[in-house]
Design a protein around this ligand. Structure first.
Ligand SMILES: CC(C)(COP(=O)(O)OP(=O)(O)OC[C@H]1O[C@@H](n2cnc3c(N)ncnc32)[C@H](O)[C@@H]1OP(=O)(O)O)[C@@H](O)C(=O)NCCC(=O)NCCS
Length: 162
């Protein structure tokens, strides 16, 4: 069995993460057209932004960036290499984020996604709920093409959800 390892990203991982995030964004563009860009990779390591990577045989196959501030962990740029999807890698990355958030005494985890991507259900499975959902017209040619910004939150109770 091939072993998957989740670890904190180091400076040396920056190029690999950048490529993965760009491929993920390309995927997303194909599906829903122009959309808000992922957070620039230069922000990693700055302003308290940290990242986790999922590594298989020394190859980075998944990544997520996060920041903890004011009792809240916000995460973004969650991406898994297309060839490695549906193997529970996103689930493992988010579970590790939750452990980090709890250890830092954060009370909530939050994320923002685009409704048209159809990944809300994935986060619902991880215990998140939709806090707000709003049509954004910035990337739209007309009303029909407007994208929906969905903000999701998970309250971290005393005990981790299984
Ligand atoms: C979304 C993404 C990160 C999921 O990664 P993944 O490693 O394939 O997800 P997992 O295998 O951990 O899936 C966990 C669960 O969610 C489900 N799931 C996976 N993708 C899903 C989707 N698009 N919609 C709904 N559920 C989904 C799986 O069936 C699994 O359910 P289970 O635990 O009951 O078996 C990956 O498809 C990706 O990188 N997409 C492109 C970038 C993107 O859209 N990022 C999210 C931006 S908010």
């Amino acid at each position: 069995m091939i072993e998957l390892r989740i670890r904190r990203a180091s400076r040396e991982d920056r190029g690999a993460i950048e490529r993965l995030v760009e491929l993920g964004a390309k995927d997303v563009r194909k599906r829903i057209g122009p959309h808000p860009c992922p957070v620039p990779i230069e922000d990693l390591g700055a302003r308290g932004v940290t990242a986790l990577v999922a590594e298989e045989q020394e190859k980075i196959v998944g990544s997520v960036a996060y920041r903890i501030r004011g009792g809240r962990m916000h995460f973004f740029n969650l991406v898994v290499d297309a060839k490695h999807r549906n193997n529970g890698i996103a689930k493992m990355l988010v579970a590790e984020l939750e452990t980090i958030a709890r250890n830092a005494n954060a009370k909530h985890m939050t994320l923002q996604t685009i409704g048209e991507l159809g990944v809300e259900q994935l986060f619902v499975r991880f215990g998140f709920r939709v806090q707000s959902s709003k049509k954004e017209f910035l990337f739209a040619n007309d009303r029909e093409n407007a994208l929906t910004t969905v903000y999701m939150v998970k309250r971290l109770g005393k005990f981790p959800t299984p």
